[in-house]
Design a protein around this ligand. Structure first.
Ligand SMILES: [Fe+2]
Ligand SMILES: [Fe+2]
Length: 171
């Protein structure tokens, strides 16, 4: 299935919020909880990376970073919502991911555009890897699977965008 990655915040209606996966056995629920918590934490990190990389200059890169930040905010909300639909809570260590995102975002901004872009590719590749694991870890209902797959398609789009900028930057 292909997804429109120019939509950075898909619509979500109130009837779409519903309890999920309560009848699953404890092994399956444990795997789900771990996967959802990991992605939620990684999305928190991604939001902060992009947020801290943006400068006040009006440039194509800053516009792309703000677009990616907004898209990552959507992803973070997607996973936070799923966690509660499944009866879970966000991971306790997510604050560390917030901090890592802050440090990596700010640190890369100080080192220039090339480091900004490479940091983005690194974080997105990590996310894509975990999306693959999460998608394989459970039998998702069609709606949840579509949300996760759309988010993963967004991450591939981010990687392509940063690699495009890197090529344009002659590196
Ligand atoms: Fe994301
Ligand atoms: Fe991303």
């Amino acid at each position: 299935m292909t997804y429109d990655i120019t939509i950075i915040r898909p619509e979500m209606r109130e009837e779409q919020i519903t309890p999920l996966g309560r009848g699953l056995d404890s092994e399956k629920r444990k795997a789900l909880r771990k996967g959802l918590q990991t992605l939620h934490a990684l999305e928190i990190m991604a939001v902060n990376i992009y947020k801290c990389q943006i400068t006040e200059d009006v440039t194509p890169l800053n516009r792309a970073l703000a677009t990616a930040m907004s898209n990552e905010m959507t992803h973070m909300q997607d996973f936070q919502t799923r966690l509660y639909e499944y009866g879970f809570k966000p991971g306790k260590l997510r604050g560390r991911f917030w901090l890592i995102g802050y440090v990596f975002g700010l640190g890369s901004r100080m080192m220039g555009a090339k480091r900004v872009l490479k940091t983005g590719v690194w974080a997105e590749s990590k996310a894509v890897e975990h999306y693959g694991k999460l998608l394989a870890s459970a039998e998702w209902d069609d709606e949840t699977r579509a949300v996760i797959e759309k988010d993963r398609a967004d991450e591939y789009g981010h990687i392509a965008r940063w690699e495009g900028f890197l090529k344009g930057a002659g590196s």
